[in-house]
Design a protein around this ligand. Structure first.
Ligand SMILES: Cc1cc2nc3c(=O)[nH]c(=O)nc-3n(C[C@H](O)[C@H](O)[C@H](O)COP(=O)(O)OP(=O)(O)OC[C@H]3O[C@@H](n4cnc5c(N)ncnc54)[C@H](O)[C@@H]3O)c2cc1C
Length: 386
């Protein structure tokens, strides 16, 4: 007799969503988090495309702002504006949102274990150990975020790599709330800077990068105007996608950031994580119904089928841009303006799936006018996966 049908380690947005889905199907679920206050501290810019509506996972009260486009800035401040005539993304109150997803799971019958850090996941026996207790289950779902011991256990030969995210919540002067601002700075590549309005008078100013903390913090501070006031500072890690990472072993699976299910170019992990929680819920339900754990391998396979090509294409883009200089970007932005590429980006750009835009730029030959120094073959191979 086990303590639970399913144990979920980590009550972030993805773990809570998965736990809710399984409790809704009648399973006995235990949800563990080392924190006492879910969602805090904030470690997210909270920007998600409207595709989140497909996940049926977003109540209106968690939306701070809606944006319809972005201003993109080259290092010399040459800029282009891309937009659609409707809302393209929501800016979320991430603290409220994480709490909403957690409460929804508990209201569905999930048993909470807050303030209970999981010290070890015993993959062989499907048992977890916290400081004081041991709990057993039929399945363990590990959604404990970017630094995950179980991931290391499952993948002893793979080093989990991360980008660093730094962000300030800032009080500012009256601003246009319709656009986010994204800026390129060479030391941050392949990361970038963002300014995301949360209201007419507040915004999140942040960056993600592979570079040094000190230099990145300097760059971030330079973004803050003398008239702005920093209200809060946050930082966090963003996992780097690894196509070879194993996310299933025996009756244990990794989910969300713990599985590296994050878009490489933007570091966004909410929508892909929710979609993977859905894939996991379907396959873990089948496993429990039919007592056949090969369904867990289907979870891994279906996740790869859905995301491997897109994530690999995004990584290929990153590999190209990380070697570009500020002059390359300044030139590229001037070309973007000259050839009206903002129109193509506005039409084909999608925050979650970037291959349609890349294919269109290659098909029309536009991309070769933008970045002439880059080998044609490298560009053509951008979305090839393996
Ligand atoms: C600066 C920054 C900005 C970002 N901006 C965006 C954005 O704009 N849009 C977007 O889509 N994504 C963004 N992301 C990524 C997004 O925040 C993550 O993809 C998302 O939070 C992943 O959710 P998760 O549930 O997998 O993990 P997490 O949110 O990391 O939750 C993991 C939970 O597990 C708990 N935990 C960890 N270890 C243990 C343990 N041993 N025992 C018990 N509990 C444990 C933690 O306390 C935590 O509550 C950003 C990330 C950062 C760092």
């Amino acid at each position: 007799m086990t303590d639970y049908d399913i144990i979920v380690v980590g009550a972030g947005p993805i773990g809570s969503t998965y736990a809710y889905k399984m409790a809704k199907q009648g399973y006995n679920v235990g949800l563990f988090d080392m924190k006492n206050r879910i969602g805090q501290p904030l470690q997210c810019a909270g920007l998600v495309s409207t595709n989140i509506c497909d996940t049926k996972n977003l109540p209106k009260e968690c939306i701070d702002n809606e944006v319809k486009g972005a201003n993109l800035y080259a290092p010399d401040k040459t800029s282009i504006q891309v937009e659609k005539d409707k809302t393209v993304a929501y800016v979320l109150d991430r603290v409220m949102y994480d709490k909403y997803l957690f409460d929804r799971a508990i209201n569905e019958g999930v048993t909470p274990h807050l303030g209970e850090r999981v010290l070890d996941v015993d993959i062989e026996n499907t048992v977890i150990k916290s400081i004081e207790n041991k709990y057993s289950s039929n399945i363990i779902v590990v959604s404990s975020g970017p630094t995950c011991h179980t991931s290391k256990k499952m993948n002893p030969n793979i080093e989990d790599k991360h980008f660093m995210g730094l962000q300030y919540t800032v009080r500012t002067e009256n601003q246009d709330t319709n656009y986010v601002n994204l800026s390129i700075k060479q030391p941050l590549l392949p990361g970038f800077l963002w300014e995301i309005p949360t209201s007419p008078f507040t915004k999140r100013v942040g960056l993600f990068t592979n570079g040094s903390y000190k230099e990145s913090e300097q760059i971030l501070k330079m973004q803050i105007k003398p008239t702005d006031t920093i209200i809060e500072k946050h930082n966090g890690l963003i996992p780097r996608y690894n196509p070879n990472k194993k996310i299933v072993e025996n009756n244990t699976i990794l989910l969300g950031d713990a599985a590296g299910q994050v878009k490489p170019t933007t570091g966004g992990g909410l929508i892909s994580g929710f979609n993977c929680a859905e894939i996991a819920s379907i396959n873990t339900n089948k496993m429990l119904e039919e007592q056949d754990n090969t369904y867990l391998l289907n979870y891994q396979e279906e996740y790869r089928k859905r995301y491997a090509n897109e994530f690999k294409a995004q990584q290929n883009v990153q590999n190209i841009i990380k070697d570009m200089t500020e002059d390359d970007f300044n030139y590229m932005f001037k070309q973007l303006k000259k050839y009206d590429v903002d129109r193509i980006i506005s039409q084909y750009g999608d925050m979650d799936n970037q291959t349609p835009l890349l294919k269109q730029l290659v098909k029309t030959g536009t991309i070769f006018k933008l970045v002439p120094k880059i080998g044609v073959r490298r560009l053509k191979n951008i979305w090839k996966s393996r």
